[in-house]
Write a protein that binds this ligand. Structure first.
Ligand code: NAI
Length: 225
């Protein structure tokens, strides 16, 4: 059988940027766009853009560029945004509640249909119209409702336990916000970790960058005066 060609993570991480950019062009009634024009907007080189998109098929035409609407639809399919993903969220604390209250996920077809928590004071209540159930019902609920994705926002000490429960279901992916690196025996369940702190460190690096460059320059001058 033909082996599935794996696309590199770096390419996958750029896809949402293409999607967002094409969405904006579409809103502005732009019909076609060249890789050079995309390059100016996105800051990746035109050849990088052509290479990235070639991973998924031949969308562009020499001398014409890309049809914005067509490429937008193709990328939305590639990202799986043309279907609704049913999700549950486990751990209705500070972060969990904020995520359930964020409406933009649903706009893109990511629908949080239930929340689970161990705290009796929360069970039976609703967040943003989404019911909170006892964690004892996780397995049953996921099976009955064909849930795709579980969002994990429990305290770090509970992460392994919750992952163990999820492993017994046919969930497709875990969006893991806990700082725990989850290891599952079931390799069919994909895990995507979110570390907001990485983004903060990146910002901090950029704030520091000028100082850093000056220091490096000074060092170089000392070595090669
Ligand atoms: P929190 O303490 O406000 O909320 C945790 C919730 O989980 C509580 O409602 C608690 O009752 C519930 N819970 C405890 N054990 C449970 C279990 N076994 N099953 C289901 N629910 C359970 O905590 P917060 O601030 O919302 O943080 C949640 C997690 O997110 C932590 O692991 C934290 O480290 C992580 N976090 C990650 C960030 C990131 O960038 N990835 C940013 C902020 C927090």
């Amino acid at each position: 059988p033909d082996e599935i060609k794996r696309v590199s993570v770096a390419v996958i991480k750029r896809l949402p940027k293409y999607y967002e950019c094409l969405g904006n062009l579409l809103k502005n009634n732009v019909e076609r766009v060249s890789s050079q024009e995309l390059s100016k907007i996105l800051g990746f080189t035109a050849s990088q853009i052509r290479q990235d998109l070639n991973n998924f098929g031949e969308f562009g035409q020499q001398g014409y560029g890309y049809n914005v609407q067509q490429l937008y639809l193709e990328i939305s399919k590639i990202l799986g945004l043309d279907t609704v993903h049913k999700m549950v969220l486990i751990g209705a604390g500070n972060l969990g509640q904020a995520l359930v209250n964020y409406g933009e996920f649903r706009t893109h077809g990511f629908d949080i249909v239930a929340v689970f928590d161990t705290n009796p004071a929360l069970i039976g209540r609703k967040i943003n119209n989404v019911p909170i159930y006892s964690t004892e019902e996780i397995e049953y609920f996921i099976k009955e409702n064909e849930i795709d994705i579980a969002v994990m926002t429990v305290p770090k000490g509970e992460a392994e336990k919750v992952a163990g429960i999820l492993e017994k279901t046919r969930i497709r992916g875990i969006w893991n916000f806990t700082p725990v690196e989850i290891k599952l025996e079931n390799e069919d369940i994909l895990i995507e970790n979110v570390h907001l702190i990485d983004s903060l460190f990146t910002l901090s690096y950029r704030i520091n960058e000028n100082k850093l460059q000056k220091r490096l320059l000074k060092q170089k001058r000392k070595i090669f005066p």
